[in-house]
Design a binder for this molecule. Structure first.
Ligand code: MLT
Length: 245
């Protein structure tokens, strides 16, 4: 059984968003960055990629890799999946990192927006999302990084994106689980995240017992891509705190 870092990606990208962290850390620990159902080359999960389905796939990936103690790091949608994984298999966790995410469920208006997005994806394909992906990066991000993000989005099947949008709409409220999270937890936010701003993420660090909060200055939602070195350093420090390095 091998100590493992499990990295869970956000929407509308796939596990390749973690490439730099995988490269940086693979020499010291087993790092898994699976794409969630339907993303990358993964088989889909039907019309709705529920967080339960995502968590089940993660557990399969952990078993296949003979993972022992696991530090789970979820960014945004990956955080929603990490909460589900915690509910299903808390005994697998040696630590947790929650980045640019939130615990609450969508309100009715938010759910409607996701269902509308899913329908549009199925009707038109993913091109409009590649062209106008929303504020995934900060205004200061360079064009090369934007192009990299657009390339990742373009590689995702529209049906998988639609299923994930529905799955996020239907995800449960995880707020009630926070007080019971008993492993060392690091919460990461970034000052220029307009999608899940610091005001939505930082309360996690107060609601999870003994959690640490780190704020990355000047970068947007996909903070691991926009500040890869700083993000990797935070992961390294947390892995050390968890006794994994
Ligand atoms: C993500 O990056 O995973 C999404 O922005 C999450 C969301 O839409 O709630």
């Amino acid at each position: 059984m091998t100590d493992t870092l499990l990295l869970l990606h956000g929407f509308p990208v796939d596990g390749s968003m973690w490439d730099l962290q995988v490269q940086a850390l693979s020499g010291t620990i087993q790092v898994l960055a699976p794409s969630l159902p339907g993303f990358g080359t993964q088989p889909g999960a039907g019309n709705v990629m529920t967080m339960e389905g995502a968590a089940r796939r993660c557990l399969e990936a952990l078993d296949t890799a003979e993972a022992g103690r696991v530090v789970v790091c979820g960014l945004s949608m990956g955080g929603y999946a990490a909460f589900e994984l915690w509910r299903r298999a808390p005994e697998r966790f040696a630590g947790l990192v929650l980045s640019n995410t939130r615990a609450g469920a969508d309100d009715e208006a938010g759910r409607e927006r996701r269902y509308a997005l899913a329908e549009r994806l199925e009707a038109e394909g993913n091109g409009f999302l590649v062209d106008t992906p929303g504020p995934l990066l900060s205004e200061g991000a360079d064009e090369e990084l934007w192009q990299h993000v657009r390339d990742i989005i373009a590689a995702q099947p529209a049906e998988a994106l639609a299923a994930a949008a529905r799955g996020m709409a239907e995800r449960p409220d995880s707020t009630g689980d926070l007080a019971g999270i008993s492993v060392p937890t690091l919460v990461i936010s970034s000052t220029a995240d307009e999608l899940i701003p610091p005001a939505a993420t930082t309360p996690l660090a107060e609601q999870i017992p003994n959690a640490q909060l780190e704020m990355i200055e000047g970068v947007g939602h996909l903070s691991n891509l926009e500040a890869p070195g700083e993000f990797t350093l935070l992961l390294e420090r947390h892995l050390t705190l968890c006794g994994m390095l």
